[in-house]
Design a protein around this ligand. Sequence first.
Ligand code: B3K
Ligand code: ZN
Length: 903
Amino acid sequence: MRDAQATTIYLKDYQTPAFLIELTELHFELAETETRVRSRLHMRRNPELIGNQHDSLRLDGQDMQLLRLQLNDHILGSDQYQLDEESLTIRNLAGMLGDSLDSGFVLECETLIKPQENTSLEGLYKSNTMFCTQCEAEGFRKITYYLDRPDVMAKFVTTVVADKKRYPVLLSNGNDIARGDFEDGRHWVTWEDPFRKPCYLFALVAGDLKFIEDHFSTMSGRDITLRIFVEEKDLDKCDHAMLSLKNSMRWDEEVYGREYDLDIFMIVAVDDFNMGAMENKGLNIFNTSCVLANPATTTDLAFQRVEAVVAHEYFHNWSGNRVTCRDWFQLSLKEGFTVFRDAEFSADMGSRTVKRIDDVSFLRTQQFAEDAGPMAHPVRPDSYMEISNFYTLTIYEKGAEVVRMIRELIGPESFRKGSDIYFERHDGQAVTTEDFVRAMEDASGVDLTQFRRWYSQAGTPQLQVTGHYDSSTETYELLVRQSCPPTPDQALKEPFHIPLRMGLLGPDGQALPLILQGEIVAQPMTERVLDVVRPVQSFVFTHVKDKPVPSLLRGFSAPVKLAFDYTRDELLFIMTRDSDGFNRWNAAQELAVGVIQELLALHQQGKTLQVYPGLVTAIGELLAAAVADARGAKQLDQAMLAQLVTLPSEAYLGELSAEIDVDGIHLVREFVANTLAVAHAAGFAELYGLCQTSTAYSADADSIAKRALKNTCLAYMMRLPEPEHLQTCFEQYQAAANMTDVDAALKLLVNSRYPAAAHMRDQALADFYQNWKHESLVVNQWFTVQAIATRPGTLQQVKALMNHEAFDMRNPNKVRSLISAFCNSNPLNFHHLDGAGYEFLADQVVALNLANPQIASRLLTPLTRWRKYNAGRQALMKTQLQRIAALPELSRDVFEVVSKSLK
Ligand code: B3K
Ligand code: ZN
């Protein structure tokens, strides 16, 4: 096993498949202890491979028992093939098949698998009483022997046989073409998918499921049946997903001209799922957490996540399924593009600025950390040991930023033209990121040669920008220096092509005309995208009458760290005057970051702290404006306001530090927040009152914004000692009819510093569980609320909860809601200097290492960041990594992360 772990796969070794599969016929007999799978693969030698002389066929396969192997009419004896733990090889095919090697032959294979014992949740497995599959990236090889690679695309015809009482619903990809009953109580259904696809998009579901149905009429007038399958008890939680699906289908037609192709689109919700959802052709399988939603059980955040994930998986039908990846190094081709598409969809459905703020906060906190750590890799990696480890923030989120940058550089019209070319040119093909970029170049005529480095170089570029105003020449020079720190295996970086969207603000905040030296323009722009391509580059603007304040990287036009030496007054100016909402927020963050960092330095020197009054005043002004607006015009974006008055997170402050002072950051951030709460007690309370509504819950953008602002105010109020605020919070907990308000109040009660809160906290937690113990997803929230509590003793509580009747280590949602929440969202307790948090995490990795390698490996992430902490913590974290590394048997997933982290 050690040898297998150490194998690295390289992009440079890619070879065109020597064999093709035209048609895959599958026959499943599902039963209570084992499942019998019969496959008939209609194959031939790949004629596109010039001079193809291959006569040895190697199929991938794992964890199954081979019962029979047949080539055309001949059953093969055990001396005619070789089996090992990961493959089946048949040699000398030319001798056995003669001409049919090229004209076409059938390989028939019968295997036994045990879905009931499959705890990895990859391949065919059981979730509660139902059978389901997860094949991406390499799970199909646990179902039958196959060419398990995305560039082998076949039509699939699948027959599923199972007991009719236990499994009345039998699903697979495509259209249901035949069905029947057997006399022994079993029934069968045959599904045919006319679109060629790689096996990672295969799906099968069998269970006692109910569904809601709706219809969608496509742009060409075809009627599509839409079904969402769930357990009966969850039928009341499907409407939001259905609405999101219809909105996504319409949006993809309007914005990308993409129409759905099959006659039916199905979503199935399952409890046990390693990630959010999976875009299997015509049969998406979803984690229940990403599909079920109703006001009583689901927070606004979860409503938005359902909308985004439904859209994401639906959009994959084109960006991923119709046009798929040639190999797994190209993963971001489908994931980056699809995240970009779902982000734009969500922006269109809600507040565009706030969606961007949320995404950028996430990127800057999490992806930047990944890019600076031992697992850093390019958007198109050069190598991997275990592909499951590469479903990363870099592939998804940075990949989406790369697509966004292309749109910045070529403009929206060319971008749409480029996407049309891409989809039309490559429909039915398995392609590369290079094909995508070329389509964009062909559409726009823009040379993206240098831009391609975003695909091949890891690390977060840094832009050091300075501004110089010369009143005698009325010129303003921006001097931009770019650099990128080294990452594993990439010491030196070539300069990137960076789109820098910007504007210049005049003394009254007006947008100044942007005329670059040497340009003659009749109608100068007031916002433009600068092409930053050189290590040092100067941009000189002419006709600048007064010293401007530059507004840089508007909308976060590139995933870089930008430094400009703004004064606090300039940040306050941008915060209130910039036309770009994102930059207004960003200036507020930068101001707060500067204030907190300064206080942190003072705190570390043992000095007394005092918050910069300009920040306190600015928040006060925002509050006053919000109160006036709530009383009258109601024109302000309340979601944006909630963001503006929220301090940067501890995680982001940590990411910005060379060495993370966990306790210092927490203490200082609390100090600043408490100061704001005291200074503006009346304003927060008044705004809280003004945000109350008596209307029924709705998940529309305005209502979500109002609740966000209200609960932000409540959070500040709860920092004050007066018991009335505690009472207000407890009342909200008890009276609220929606989970957003209940959850917000519960979190605040649990985290309250005041002794009077203790009994309310215990009461609320007990009451919450009693109310919701029948709703697994709500119980997950209950776990999380307790896992992220900042008070001492939380680790003990988390350990105790692992023995709670509702906890189940085999269920990834439970692991995430309790263990991951503690390790990732509770820095103060996780990083306690006694090292107990680290040991706890390592214990859980050890427990899951072989049972569910994907979850085990993902859990490890916080330990991989050990270099960011002080020497004491580093030693403790490394000790745990070494302990895991020394296990006698490591899954490939865990091995890769541990060994790279210790390198
Ligand atoms: N494509 C899947 C992810 C599969 C992860 C496999 N370990 C979901 C998505 O990104 O849409
Ligand atoms: Zn995806």
